[in-house]
Design a protein around this ligand. Structure first.
Ligand code: SF4
Ligand code: SF4
Length: 299
């Protein structure tokens, strides 16, 4: 059976960090938002638990930071104990104590199903503190990312040199100001640090191209509203209440958008063959081998 990849994002939209460019740093969640976030997450986990005929890979993609809230750790404990859940991963700033992960995911079997997509934020922590936490997570599947701004190059190089071998470094190519941000030598330096950088440094033309978002992947929000991905607005049904089969296409459908520029989107484009590249660590963004440059050359 093919795993269904589910991206979940609840109502939470706040963070304990204060990155200058980020809207979630400015928002303070009130009690009501936190209560709704917790209740939504429980409904999400209940729905996964009911759907035992399907195998899942799940990624939490919160607006803000989720793992500072105990209900996410409870959800991770429940989900990693389900045999039809092959992977549970979360995007996180890694500001929390590593003991929380060790306590939530205790057995070897559960730990094998858990992944962490972490991001280093240079204005909010130090390389030393961050690496200490990554070291404490030896035995976990961990990726470490950084925004590929020009001024972050030195941090990225230091991370690459000092990260323990169980952590994979990726660089999110800066594309907000359109293409052409990097000089050739800068793009080459980042590509030396992250073999997949060149693929990430492209907004992939996607209109009309077959995409596995909708057949092999869906996006679910805190109301259960389900879309094929985070970037296509059309709601196809409700993950909490509808039969799962009714939410899925039977064949990869054409993308309605001009381009797809985020890892959590373009990995589902058939022609990029990213499922094959990442295997069972797609959710936490750890590649098996580098084939992306060849994929780009032949696409
Ligand atoms: S850690 Fe992430 S979510 Fe939090 S303020 Fe920084 S960029 Fe925003
Ligand atoms: S290519 Fe990207 S935007 Fe288009 S359907 Fe797939 S994931 Fe969504």
């Amino acid at each position: 059976m093919t795993d269904l990849r589910v991206l979940y994002r609840g109502p939470l939209s706040s963070c304990n960090y204060d990155c200058a460019y980020c809207p979630f740093a400015k928002h303070v969640s009130d009690r009501e938002e936190l209560r709704r976030d917790q209740a939504s997450l429980e409904r999400f986990v209940d729905a996964v638990e009911r759907n035992t005929d399907q195998t899942f890979q799940i990624l939490f993609t919160p607006w803000g930071e989720a793992l500072t809230h105990r209900w996410y750790w409870r959800a991770i404990t429940r989900l990693t104990a389900m045999t039809h859940v092959r992977k549970v991963a979360a995007q996180t700033n890694l500001s929390w104590r590593p003991e929380l992960a060790k306590r939530a995911v205790e057995s070897d079997a559960a730990r094998a199903r858990f992944g962490l997509w972490t991001t280093f934020h240079p204005t909010e922590t130090t390389v030393d503190r961050f690496i200490e936490k990554v070291r404490a997570l030896d035995g976990f599947s961990v990726s470490v990312g950084i925004v590929g701004l020009r001024e972050n190059m030195g941090y990225a190089e230091e991370l690459k040199a000092r990260l323990p071998s169980h952590a994979h470094l990726w660089v999110n190519a800066y594309k907000s100001d359109g293409p052409g941000y990097y000089r050739d030598d800068e793009a080459e330096r980042y590509a030396m640090l992250d073999r997949e950088f060149a693929l990430n440094n492209v907004r992939h033309p996607s209109r009309g191209k077959p995409c596995r978002a909708g057949t092999h992947a869906i996006s679910v929000n805190g109301l259960g509203e389900t879309r094929r991905c985070h970037f296509v607005d059309q709601v196809v049904g409700n993950f909490f209440t509808d039969p799962l089969a009714s939410l899925l296409n039977t064949e990869p459908a054409p993308c309605p958008n001009e381009t797809c520029g985020c890892y959590i989107g373009y990995v589902h484009l058939e022609e990029l063959a990213q499922y094959e590249l990442y295997g069972d660590r797609l959710m936490e963004r750890v590649p098996r081998t580098s084939r992306s440059l060849r994929v780009l050359e032949t696409a």
